[in-house]
Every structure is written in C-alpha cells, then in structure tokens.
Design a protein around this ligand. Structure first.
Ligand SMILES: [Fe+2]
Length: 254
C-alpha cells in the first residue's frame, strides 16, 4: 500500500465454486489486480457442496492474488454428504484450502479485521444454512475487540452471515445475531462485513446507543436471488467513514 494512501479492500462473497460464475470471478480478479487491492476478502460459501474439487478450484482462484487474502467459512463449506467428517472435523477441507493461498499478513494503518464465527456444524432447527453465533464464538470476538481498546483504526468484523435481518420487524434468521450485534457494537465494532444472502446491503443499525454499519455483497456464482452478481471496493482512511462502492456484473456469461 502506498504511504498515506487509503486502504482498499476488494470484498466478494458466496463464490460457490461448483456453480461459480466464471466471468464474474474473472472480472473481480482483474479489478483487484489492476487496481492494486490491499486485501482480497471473501466472506464465505467458497464452495457449493464442500467437495474436494470445489475447494481445489477455490484454492486455485484465490492463489492468483499476490496481496493478502482473507477468507471466512460459510455454511456451504462444511461437508454436506460426509456426515462423519461434518461432525468430527467440519473445517478440515476449508483449512486445507487456506493453507494453499497467500499467507501474506494484512496490516493497515486504517482498519483492523476482527473475525466472528457464524457457522455451526449442527443446530436445533432446519435448515442448517442460517447463521448461529454461539456464546463461545461471540466471547472470542469480544475479547479480540477488547484487546484493540484505544486503537483508532476502524474495527471491521468479518463473518459469513448478516447479524440482523434486512427488516427490523422481521424475525432474525441468525440465532444469537441480535445479542451479538449489540455486544459487538458496545465493544467498539464499527462495521460488520458479510455475505450469505446473495443480495447487497449497506445498513446502519443502533442498539443501546451504539451504532454499527452492516455491509454485504451479492454472489459471484450463478445462484442469483433477485440481484445481479456484485462485489464491493471499500476505501478506508483513518477517521473517515468507509467509502463502499458496489459494482454489479452481468448475470449471463455467454
Ligand atoms: Fe451461506
């Protein structure tokens, strides 16, 4: 990153290798390389069914970037057919993917990333695709935020599932999401960056006098849910609101 220049994060999500949109992925990669991204961030659902060949394709894709690459696991990234592996070691394939891509550490004078786990291998409802923030996962992220007390950089919480629903008056699909949002906002979180819904959003919500922004992007797969493929370029400068530029891409690749 050029000295004094803002930090530029290229954020994509839900690339779903197996049903990926190759043209959209190519457009994202070209932009990130040509525009010298400081970070490529993908907030989960790297694969469609957590198959080995899908993870291999995801590894090949994210390995092309020279800049730091930060990933999250999504609900699609735990084995779907191999229940034994799902219960005993659900993130084994995901860990192997991460070991095959850029290990360059992301450091920025403007922002700091704070991961939050929003996936669980099993939950007391169907489907198992929606988010679940456990007490343990929340405590880990809160501890991370507490360790950053006094740090003037914006704290970007990254996870797969949005913590709150699109509408305040509708049921929150993420179990534990309301409590997590309130606690993270109170602990100094500034922005939550996520995916999962395949529809972009940029919302600011307040709980107990603390506000926090929620940024989400669409998918770069063919699994569209009413919005075209999209990604964002986040321009982050110390003490300034993050500029969040949404870029949409064509739905059809032929
Ligand atoms: Fe998802």
């Amino acid at each position: 990153m050029a000295i004094g220049a803002p930090t530029r994060i290229f954020h994509c999500s839900d690339v779903h290798f197996g049903v990926e949109n190759r043209a959209a992925l190519d457009a994202f990669a070209k932009a990130a390389v040509d525009e010298r991204a400081d970070l490529v961030l993908c907030t989960g659902d790297l694969t469609q069914r957590a198959k080995h060949f899908e993870f291999a394709a995801a590894r090949d894709y994210f390995a092309q970037f020279d800049c730091p690459v930060v990933l999250c696991a999504g609900n699609h990234d735990m084995p779907y057919y191999d229940m034994w592996e799902r219960f005993t070691d659900p993130y084994r394939r995901y860990r192997r993917l991460k070991s095959g891509i850029s290990s360059a550490a992301f450091r920025s004078p403007d922002v700091v990333l704070v991961p939050l786990k929003s996936t669980v291998r099993i939950q007391p409802r169907f489907p198992w695709s929606d988010g679940f923030v456990t007490d343990e996962a929340l405590a880990e992220t809160i501890a991370h935020l507490k360790g950053l007390k006094g740090d003037k950089r914006q704290k970007l919480i990254i996870c797969h599932h949005p913590l709150l629903g699109e509408n305040e008056d509708a049921k929150n699909p993420t179990i534990g999401g309301d409590a997590a949002f309130a606690a993270l906002a109170a602990a100094g979180g500034d922005v939550v960056i996520s995916g999962h819904v395949h529809i972009p959003f940029d919302l600011t919500r307040e709980r107990d006098g603390h506000s926090m922004r929620m940024l989400g992007v669409g998918t770069l797969s063919t699994r569209l849910r009413g919005s075209p493929p999209s990604y964002r370029v986040l321009t982050c400068a110390l003490g300034q609101p993050i500029e969040a530029e949404l870029r949409t891409l064509p739905e059809h690749t032929d």
